[in-house]
Design a protein around this ligand. Structure first.
Ligand SMILES: Cc1cc2nc3c(=O)[nH]c(=O)nc-3n(C[C@H](O)[C@H](O)[C@H](O)COP(=O)(O)O)c2cc1C
Length: 409
């Protein structure tokens, strides 16, 4: 998927630099070559030797190396790359980029380049939300710098919030999207993708939900957008950043998710990847249910939620030409999914095993079966980003406009 692409990876001085080692491995697995520039601070976190061993190339740190600069090394590094990736991108690197500084090799390469740049910020939550960083990010986005993440999550500094670097797989997917040939087989098609869990209130502080991370649904929304579709992502509560290049609508409950899908207007394709709660509390309390000494626990009466997939699949002029559902099962996966396709009236079902042993919820990879009227296709275990690209390719083919990679499959 990245065959022959040349990535210049700039590793700056943040705790997340250790994830860049994994990033090199994953980029190379996809066929890219990786050359590294390491800042002075970056070298406090990972050694040049580790980067060199994993990239199988020398590592560049010194702006004033006589051998490099006799060949104008800082210009050549950028010329030799298809894409510059800064991961981790520290607050300091972002500030230097925004200010146009060229005070070390990394900053000079970033100023001298005319290649696309992808940055994966990683920093303490207060550094990320500081007005200075917010302004720097805004400036860089306006100049066309591409961002992936950061995500919400626990940090090395014992805090929680936005600032955690995206996972290597997410950075690979963003890299692939930027380097994908600009063919847009889904241009003019409108898509709605649902993603993540829903939350069903029991009272103002408690809810029913599930372990869906949204990684698969978000990746599908991005993949459809990368093929030119006009995408609305309807996301339940997740810790992922809104993907670039599409519209994200945030919802909590199944009812809100359905309303958001229906208000998207006429759509050509719906992909229902969200793990929608089947039931909700019959009568959510308007005030917190108090725990009373010696009283029995309150009984929780459940009623069914609206069925989003079945509603979107209902025949009629508003029905999308293609409705794709997901079946998350822990047993009898394929048989249950075949039955679900018929019961819901959708066109395709992507069946995935969500038993804890499969590690699908929150994990980076997925083993799926694509079920349609034509039968069952077993796909190999793939990174969620690759499942998404393959599914998007299939969708393009359904509309009679195969993506090149899909045609070659
Ligand atoms: C233990 C430690 C962890 C750090 N982690 C981060 C970080 O995650 N993100 C960040 O922006 N800066 C972090 N810093 C501060 C940077 O290392 C510092 O701003 C440095 O000047 C960055 O230089 P560079 O951007 O040229 O690599 C950390 C510093 C230390 C000592």
């Amino acid at each position: 998927m990245l065959n022959g692409k040349r990535i210049l990876l700039i590793v700056a001085g943040g705790i997340a630099a250790f994830k860049s080692l994994e990033l090199i491995r994953r980029l190379r697995e996809r066929g890219a070559s990786v050359r590294c520039v390491l800042t002075e601070a970056g070298a406090k976190f990972v050694t040049p030797l580790s980067l060199q061993a994993l990239s199988e190339d020398r590592v560049y740190s010194d702006m004033f190396s006589l051998t490099d600069e006799s060949e104008m090394g800082h210009i050549q590094l950028s010329r030799d790359a298809d894409l510059l990736v800064v991961a981790p991108a520290t607050a300091n690197v972002l500030a230097r980029m925004a200010a146009g500084l060229a005070d070390d090799l990394a900053a000079t390469v970033l100023l001298a380049t005319d290649k696309p740049v992808l940055v994966a910020p990683a920093m303490n939550v207060r550094m990320w939300t500081h007005a200075a960083t917010v302004a720097n990010v805004e400036t860089l986005k306006k100049r066309g710098i591409n961002f992936v993440g950061p995500n919400d999550g626990a940090m090395a500094c014992n805090e929680f919030g936005p600032g955690r670097m995206s996972e290597p797989e997410e950075i690979v997917a963003a890299t692939a999207a930027l380097l994908a040939p600009q063919e847009k087989p889904l241009a003019g098609k409108r898509a709605v993708v649902t993603s993540g869990p829903t939350r069903e209130a029991i009272d103002p502080v408690r809810y029913i939900s599930n372990h869906s991370s949204g990684k698969q649904g978000h990746a599908i929304a991005s993949a459809l957008a990368s093929l030119g579709a006009d995408v609305t992502l309807v996301s339940g509560p997740v810790t992922l950043a809104d993907p670039p290049g599409l519209r994200t609508v945030h919802v909590d409950s199944a009812e809100q998710m359905l309303a958001a899908c229906l208000s998207a207007g006429r759509i050509d394709v719906a992909v229902c990847a969200a793990a929608v709660a089947d039931w909700k509390a019959a009568r959510p309390a308007t005030a917190k249910i108090k725990k009373k000494a010696d009283a029995a626990p309150p009984a929780l009466e459940l009623v069914p939620n609206p069925d989003i997939l079945a509603t979107l699949s209902r025949p009629g002029p508003q029905r999308p030409a293609l409705v794709v559902g997901f079946a998350a099962e822990t047993e009898n996966l394929v048989a249950n999914a075949i039955e679900k396709r018929q019961r819901k009236g959708c066109d395709w079902i992507v069946a995935n095993d969500v038993s804890p042993a499969a590690g699908t919820f929150g994990g980076e990879s997925n083993t799926v079966h694509l079920i349609s009227a034509a039968g069952v296709e077993d796909w190999p275990t793939l990174a969620k980003g690759d499942v998404a690209l393959r599914l998007a390719g299939r969708i393009a083919r359904h509309f009679g406009r195969p993506a090149k990679a899909e045609a070659a499959e």
